[in-house]
Design a protein around this ligand. Structure first.
Ligand code: PLP
Length: 429
């Protein structure tokens, strides 16, 4: 089949706009008439710097990112960020705690303080107060929570909520906020805004985590790997947001971090490796150090400029398509999800939507198909017949089975409509 015959609903890497790929194929051979391709130019070249700066600027425009945020391009994927967030946010917590203790000790600086006193007080604070809170609402936040326990020791992690406790051991709901057990002064409250495997999306920013009128609130970190660029987000409520590029932004190979500058130097330098070792806390590998990446405008080491270029081209296309930026894309994303969910709801004896209605993802639509009490056989037939008409990539994640339609930004409205028609026709037949 040709590219034009297929609507690909795979969960990631996802479909990229054809026009972006056509231009990219030229850029790979000869970028801006230099005779060299974009993947061959030095990451130290002006071309690279321009691509990074333009992508940052367009992302800022598209999402209305406030000025007091920095944008980092990193490697290691969403999984790398499960680790990076732990290292960096624990470091930031130690820096804040150290400032508090120095004040109590009446010292102007770390050097001036009695080192033994300082380390003893800090160690005590680490042992009794340091906590990382996780809202576990699906497979990806579970992985992040487990990684924090692996890096730090489970005694430092707090499972503030776990969806499985309110849904018969399975993901698919988000427990009521009043039941969340948040720690006092957590190093971060972490959650995954859209759970790709389980089809669960936070309907909005959690009320309990909204900062007060002075802007004071918990340190909130969110994984938006699978729903970024698809709806407006209140960036100012977050300390950090991260996402792999490969679903809604671009190709696999770069991960974006949007981080509040108050977590970076000069406001918040990371503690020295020597101090972290004395406290028994881990020191980040340098490629995962946000302050190192920020200081070098994402070019501490060789970055895949090609992948940043692709992300930049996708952003350019989004900005050209939607004069009202992310709000425009949000309206389309909502409409596409609505069409597909409506088709599923029209045949309740055939389709069962997996997550609870209150937390249904607009991006990853997870459902089961059963006819004559046969789910496995019916789903196999559903996938086969869908593929035959060019609707591909619909198989659910291997850990949960079923069907999953990943309805990312590059799926056109007509593609969502084609799937909805197929869902209707399959049930009627
Ligand atoms: N977070 C979410 C929400 C994801 O969907 C994924 C991958 O699909 C990841 C994290 C892991 O990303 P990566 O494969 O880039 O490490």
């Amino acid at each position: 089949p040709s590219r034009a015959d297929i609507t690909y609903f795979g969960a990631g890497p996802a479909l990229l706009p054809t026009s972006v790929l056509e231009e990219a194929s030229q850029a790979l051979l000869n970028y801006k008439d230099t005779g060299l391709g974009i993947a061959e130019h030095s990451h130290r070249s002006q071309y690279a710097a321009d691509i990074i700066n333009q992508a940052k600027s367009d992302l800022t425009t598209y999402l209305d990112i406030p000025e007091d945020y920095e944008i980092l391009f990193m490697q290691g994927g969403g999984t790398g960020e499960f680790s990076a967030t732990v290292y960096n946010l624990v470091g930031a917590w130690v820096t804040r705690k150290k400032a508090e203790i120095l004040k109590q000790l009446g010292a102007q600086s770390e050097e001036e303080a009695n080192q033994e006193e300082l380390v003893t007080a800090l160690k005590k604070a680490v042992d009794t107060e340091l906590k990382l809170d996780y809202l576990v609402t699906g497979g990806w936040s579970l992985k992040a929570y487990q990684e924090a326990g692996r890096l730090l020791g489970p005694e430092y992690t707090n499972l503030a909520t776990d969806s499985r406790t309110v849904n018969e051991g399975k993901f698919g709901k988000i427990p009521d906020e009043s039941t969340w057990k948040l720690s006092k002064n957590a190093a971060m409250v972490y959650y995954c805004d859209n759970e790709t495997v389980d089809g669960v999306e936070f309907p909005k920013f959690p009320d309990t985590l909204i900062p007060d009128s002075n802007g004071e609130g918990p340190i909130v970190v969110a994984d938006m790997s699978s729903n970024i660029l698809s709806r407006r987000i209140p960036v100012k409520n977050f300390s950090a947001i991260f996402f792999g590029a490969q679903k809604n932004l671009g190709s696999t190979g770069v991960t974006v971090v949007i981080i509040k500058k108050s977590l970076l130097p000069p406001a918040c330098p990371q503690p020295s490796p020597a101090l972290m070792r004395k406290l028994g806390l881990p020191v980040p590998p340098i490629v995962f150090s946000y302050e190192t990446v920020a200081k070098n405008n994402s070019l501490y080491n060789t970055l895949s400029i090609f992948d940043v270029y692709i992300a930049g081209q996708v952003l350019k296309k989004l900005l050209a398509t939607f004069p009202d930026k992310v709000d425009g894309q949000q309206a389309v994303a909502d409409q596409k999800a609505d069409i597909i969910y409506k088709a599923l709801e029209a045949h309740p004896n055939v389709y069962r939507i997996v997550p609870d209605k209150s937390v249904r993802s607009r991006m990853n639509i997870c459902f089961r198909v059963t006819i004559n009490n046969d789910t496995d056989g019916t789903e196999a037939r559903f996938l086969k017949e869908a593929t035959a008409v060019g609707l591909t990539g619909l198989k659910g994640h291997r850990s949960v089975g079923g069907i999953r339609a990943s309805n990312y930004n590059s799926i056109p409205l007509a593609g969502a409509q084609k799937l909805a028609d197929f869902i209707n026709n399959f049930a009627q037949a």
